[in-house]
Design a protein around this ligand. Structure first.
Ligand code: XBP
Ligand code: MG
Length: 247
């Protein structure tokens, strides 16, 4: 009998590569629209990802690069972030950002087998929903924990504690999917085993506490590459492997 009762997914970077071509672009559109001469290049955005949460990221950027900026940030940042969210939703509705390899297959298999599903993301709820609406059946996810639902964002474990509470599940019965060291830290501190699927922004981060680190979930005809960890004779991540990883 397997311990596995639920899969919990991070959104940005894990379900889809949303950061570089989604969130980053939307931030820049919101800045331009507000008449601000701020531009987040791909490499600068990589630096700014050190801070989770869009509102927190703008504040961090100003502290690092525009210390002399005098506007009332408590007023400006939420306004900018709201505009950014609108741009992000529009970008997603164009369908340009698709799910990462193997994500749909694994989620469909889990749903059909009665394994419970949840989302734990730092992103604002409308952003998480925009991706799900376009690519998956959001009603399959019993809990969608997002954005400001907990006061402390990843790497704090709060969002994972919240999901476990809502689902009334123990950490030992769930497997988490993340793409970043912040996400891994949050899940690990909540006692959860985590599979990391890296991306260009996170590939060099420290994932030593992960159960498995791979380049993507893989498909039968497109195997994953193992970066850290061991699996028995498997080339893509399916429910059997998820169960094996939890045991
Ligand atoms: C990703 C984030 C988010 C997004 C921007 O979190 O840190 O801040 O970059 O989204 P996760 P918002 O990987 O946990 O989903 O602007 O909505 O915060
Ligand atoms: Mg992520």
């Amino acid at each position: 009998m397997s311990n596995l009762k639920a899969l919990i997914f991070d959104v940005d970077g894990t379900l889809a590569q949303t950061e570089r071509d989604g969130h980053r672009v939307a931030f820049n559109l919101a800045f331009a629209e507000a008449g601000l001469e701020w531009y987040w290049s791909e490499s600068l955005y990589g630096e700014l990802l050190a801070v989770a949460g869009g509102k927190e990221r703008i504040r961090f950027y100003l502290q690092q690069y525009h210390r002399d900026f005098t506007e009332d940030l408590d007023h400006l940042i939420p306004r900018l972030h709201q505009a950014k969210t609108e741009h992000y939703r529009q970008l997603l509705s164009s369908g340009k950002i698709t799910l990462r390899l193997g994500v749909k297959r694994l989620i469909e298999e889990a749903y059909q087998e009665g394994i419970r599903l949840a989302i734990a993301t730092t992103s604002a709820l409308p952003n998480a929903l925009a991706l799900l609406e376009k690519n998956l059946d959001q009603t399959w996810f019993e809990v969608i924990a997002a954005g400001d639902i907990v006061p402390a964002k990843k790497p704090a474990p709060d969002i994972y504690h919240y999901v476990l509470d809502q689902m009334n599940l123990a950490a030992e019965n769930c497997l988490v999917f993340e793409d970043s060291c912040h996400g891994l830290m949050a899940a690990t501190q909540a006692g959860l085993k985590t599979v990391v699927t890296v991306n260009d922004y996170t590939i060099n981060q420290d994932f030593s506490r992960a159960t498995l680190v791979i380049n993507h979930l893989g498909e039968p005809e497109e195997p994953f590459k193992i970066i850290q960890g061991e699996v028995s004779n498997k080339h893509y991540l399916d429910l059997n492997l998820a169960k094996e990883l939890l045991s």
